[in-house]
Design a protein around this ligand. Structure first.
Ligand SMILES: [Zn+2]
Ligand SMILES: [Zn+2]
Length: 336
């Protein structure tokens, strides 16, 4: 058992916050910070990005049918793909849910919000249950839309409607593109996320995701179908940029499986003894808590550039409040 008070503080409500403010990646900074970059670089690959790339390879070899089959849209291979995607989503998200939220293996140590969603029923959710609501939305529209986009892109590749570069023929470009997959995701996610925070789209679409103020693993894919469509459409870049279907799958897995770290609700996952993995969930947790900060996940520091970054520190809090005051004053002036 680790002592989380060595790493942070807990307030009267039982919410824990880290001493170390949330940071953004040392990419896209001027002047460049080569030492910081070198220290950070392993995190760019481990563990998630390597895992999602390997899962894309595994799908290509064992799940996706031969090219001749994908040239024709047919229920057989499409439903098989859907079933495997659904099973994988279930296993991946449920692993976190079971360990941290059902067994509560580490209690509320390192938990940003001291309470557990299962203990606080609320009318905003289907069946008053955040877990059931989030779970059903993920499987009723999340995985179907994910699979539909996947099928469309594979079909386009199989029929030669878009360029299909091979790893043997274009190793350098495809390696560069593989490295850019998370960057493409971040840029796309920031744009669509900022878009659905505009008042009309927020009320109609994105409020569904934000019902979970205290996010847990199932919250990751709990979205309105329109948001699912926007979110998973990152795969479509691989129809425009010369690419390979494996990288298209990687882009999709990055979105689909990669949403869990931001919603896990814990800063560290204890591994036993004094070791733990950092989840890097704090940036997006603060987004769920305060809504109008941290539209991105920090790989590209767009929030810093636009002044919407909140690192969880008292200074970050003061910057956010000053911005809200200014906005309020502007709105009032407009009315007067
Ligand atoms: Zn979220
Ligand atoms: Zn949001």
């Amino acid at each position: 058992m680790m002592d989380d008070l060595k790493y942070g503080t807990r307030n009267k409500r039982g919410d824990w916050s880290p001493n170390q403010p949330a940071g953004t990646a040392p990419l896209f900074v001027f002047p460049p910070q080569p030492l910081k970059l070198l220290k950070w670089l392993p995190h760019y690959f481990l563990p998630y990005n390597v895992l999602f790339f390997l899962s894309a390879l595994a799908w290509w070899h064992w799940v996706v049918p031969p090219v001749e089959v994908m040239q024709t849209l047919a229920w057989g291979w499409v439903l098989r793909l859907f079933a495997v995607n659904a099973a994988a989503v279930f296993l991946w998200y449920f692993a976190f849910e079971l360990h941290l939220y059902i067994r509560r293996a580490q209690g509320n140590r390192f938990k940003y919000n001291g309470r557990f969603p299962a203990d606080t029923p609320s009318d905003v959710f289907w069946f008053r249950s955040q877990n059931l609501d989030n779970f059903l939305r993920g499987f009723l529209s999340g995985v179907p839309i994910w699979t539909a986009l996947e099928v469309g892109v594979l079909w386009a590749f199989a029929n030669g409607h878009v360029p299909w570069l091979t790893f043997a023929g274009n190793p350098v470009w495809l390696a560069v593109l593989a490295l850019l997959v998370p960057v493409i995701h971040e840029a796309h996610f920031f744009c669509i996320h900022r878009l659905i925070h505009t008042p009309f789209l927020y009320r109609w679409v994105h409020s569904v995701h934000h019902n979970s103020i205290n996010p847990s693993p199932w919250s990751s894919l709990s979205m309105h179908p329109v948001e699912h469509l926007l979110y998973f459409s990152t795969i479509l870049y691989h129809l425009v940029i010369p690419s390979n279907p494996v990288l298209a799958l990687y882009q999709l897995h990055y979105a689909g499986f990669g949403a869990v770290p931001g919603h896990v609700g814990f800063d560290k996952i204890e591994l036993g003894g004094d070791s733990a993995v950092d989840t890097h969930a704090y940036i997006h947790y603060l987004h769920h808590k305060y809504f109008e900060v941290n539209y991105g996940d920090g790989l590209i520091p767009i929030d810093r550039w636009l002044g919407t970054f909140h690192d969880g520190s008292p200074e970050g809090e003061a910057r956010m409040n000053a911005r809200y005051q200014k906005k309020k004053a502007r709105l009032n002036a407009g009315r007067g």
